[in-house]
Design a protein around this ligand. Structure first.
Ligand code: DGJ
Length: 532
């Protein structure tokens, strides 16, 4: 009997062997209105770092890997440049991308691959020279006054086919080098797509189309009656014309890429409200304030409908105004769109938004410009507070992703003038107090720059995982103060190692009397509460 079992087990192991070599492709999953990114079949939280635009070159990679390690990132976002990949039409060079993928593997990182093709921040910077110098063949977006811009027209089959051919070749190559191992988790199609310089293309051909009827698929998506662009969309007609062409253009490119290399594809967005440093762009007009045609706030739903091959839309968030930041997260976090922050500010004042993001179930969060290429006006390593967050969460990021997906995790983030907050877990409540010293009977002081955070996740009816920075967490039953009819049964400091909780010591006495206190040191506690 035993021998038979042994033989059966060996046979199973042998037949399973070839399958074990290929890793399951990353994919998004939705359950009960929440999303997760499955990596090797399990929820994964992207603790990302995006490198500077000109850092995906061999000369820069040594410092890139150092910066990634210091940031405690688990994923590097890096561009693939059309001009570098296809220096001559149809001649491809994937050496930069190969080095990125090999380096990421060697440094235990996943990757997000960014396609800098037709669009980069609303212009055509990364198109190869043979495209830039042949405007007759690769038409530009024309302004209302007839002047061409440095943006490729979205209303051109030639432009689309050229980008699609390069992107498809790149994705075919990705399949070859990464189709089994899946170091690359996501592909970003274009970068902040759209046109700066004109609201739409005013070439004679586009003007002719614009004078015609709105296509039926767009009418269906916006639930409007037939008519010309101006009749249907009035003052928004020019922008809608651009959106329609651009969404279809990008959708076709994404669909062709996906047929080669199947991971989730997304677009990133330059949102419409943010005031750029450039004064001439501070007018709230598509094509001036933001790239026209992009999936700005008012257009997320339409973009989801027009570009089904795009799996999600992520806002690049560079405002550190907390209300505006959270409003953007709410806008892009929809039943049809997971929350993913592909770019955000790298300085300390952006770090607390990470906790808002994971409290809202984000699949990832990725500060921009995190390598030390000499481009940081803030000096090297300007992302210390992000690094502190990632160092705290990274060792248990799989558990955190799972708890987010199950809706069991809540976060608390300090705002100016607010030194205490309640987290509601039904039978149990957690009072979070910000800043120290916390004296009996006196309101907690808060921190000078309102940066304190806490994270509480429910592991069982009376058990919680707790951590934070410059805050304390006090559990109590509803309607009663801590210590009344409830007490801590055990508070274990420890960490997760390969999914297994490893306690290192018990907290008690002064360490728990006035709540579980978290300072700057990355510490995690598992607490079991009891009632009496
Ligand atoms: C947003 C873009 O997507 C990035 O590539 C980069 O240009 C940053 N802005 C610069 O802050």
């Amino acid at each position: 009997m035993r021998i038979r079992n042994f033989l059966a087990a060996s046979l199973l192991a042998l037949t399973a062997l070839p399958l074990a070599l290929a890793v399951e492709a990353p994919r998004l999953q939705q359950k009960d209105g929440r999303y997760t990114l499955l990596v090797e079949g399990r929820p994964f939280l992207i603790l990302g770092g995006q490198i500077h635009n000109s850092s995906a070159w061999p000369s820069e990679l040594p410092q890139v890997w150092q910066a990634m390690a210091a940031l405690h990132a688990n994923t590097m976002a890096a561009p693939a440049y059309w001009e570098q990949i296809e220096p001559q039409p149809g001649h491809f060079d994937f050496s930069n991308v190969d080095l990125l993928v090999e380096g990421a593997r060697a440094h235990n990182l996943h990757m997000v691959l960014l396609w800098f093709g037709t669009w980069k921040n609303g212009n055509m910077q990364y198109a190869p020279e043979w495209v830039k110098t042949d405007a007759r063949r690769f038409p530009r977006m024309i302004r209302p006054d007839g002047e061409p811009t440095d943006v490729l027209s979205a209303n051109s089959r030639t432009n689309l086919e050229a980008d699609k051919a390069a992107f498809t070749a790149l994705m075919r190559h990705m399949k070859q080098i990464d189709g089994e191992q899946h170091t690359v988790l996501l592909v970003q199609v274009e970068n902040e797509s759209g046109g700066i310089g004109s609201v739409r293309d005013f070439s004679p051909e586009s003007n002719r189309e614009f004078a015609g009827q709105v296509p039926a698929d767009l009418l269906a998506a916006v639930h409007e009656q037939p008519g010309t662009w101006s009749q249907v969309f009035a003052s928004e007609a020019d922008e809608m014309f651009q959106v329609y062409q651009q969404a279809r253009y990008i959708n076709e490119i994404a669909a062709a890429g996906k047929a080669e290399f199947t991971v989730p594809y997304y677009i990133n967005v330059w949102p419409s409200h943010f005031t750029q440093e450039l004064p001439q762009r501070q007018v709230a007009i598509a094509g001036i304030l933001y790239p026209s045609g992009g999936a700005v706030q008012k257009l997320v739903g339409l973009w989801r409908a027009l570009a089904p091959s795009i799996d999600m839309i992520g806002p690049d968030i560079y405002t550190d105004d907390s209300a505006a930041y959270r409003e953007l997260m709410r806008t892009y976090h929809r039943p049809d769109n997971p929350l993913w922050i592909p770019e955000t500010g790298r300085s300390d004042n952006f770090a607390k938004f990470f906790f808002y993001a994971i409290g809202d179930g984000a699949i990832g969060f990725s500060p921009f410009g995190v390598d030390n290429s000499g481009w940081n006006s803030l000096g090297d390593d300007p992302w210390k507070a992000h690094a502190r967050n990632f160092a705290l969460i990274e060792p248990m990021s799989r558990e955190i992703a799972q708890l987010e997906f199950e809706g069991k995790l809540k976060t608390s983030v300090e705002e100016p003038g607010q030194s205490q907050q309640e987290l509601d877990f039904g039978a149990w409540q957690a009072t979070v107090s910000y800043g120290f010293p916390q004296r009996d009977g006196v309101k907690p002081p808060g921190t000078k720059d309102a940066h304190a955070v806490a994270l509480v996740a429910q592991l069982g009816p009376d058990e919680f995982l707790v951590t934070g920075q410059d805050s304390s967490v006090n559990f109590h039953v509803q309607g009663k103060l801590p210590g009344m009819r409830s007490q801590i049964l055990s508070a274990q400091e420890g960490s997760y190692e390969n999914g297994v909780w490893k306690p290192v010591r018990l907290w008690n006495g002064d360490e728990v009397d006035r709540g579980l206190c978290f300072h700057q040191k990355p510490v995690v506690v598992r607490v079991r509460m009891g009632r009496f």
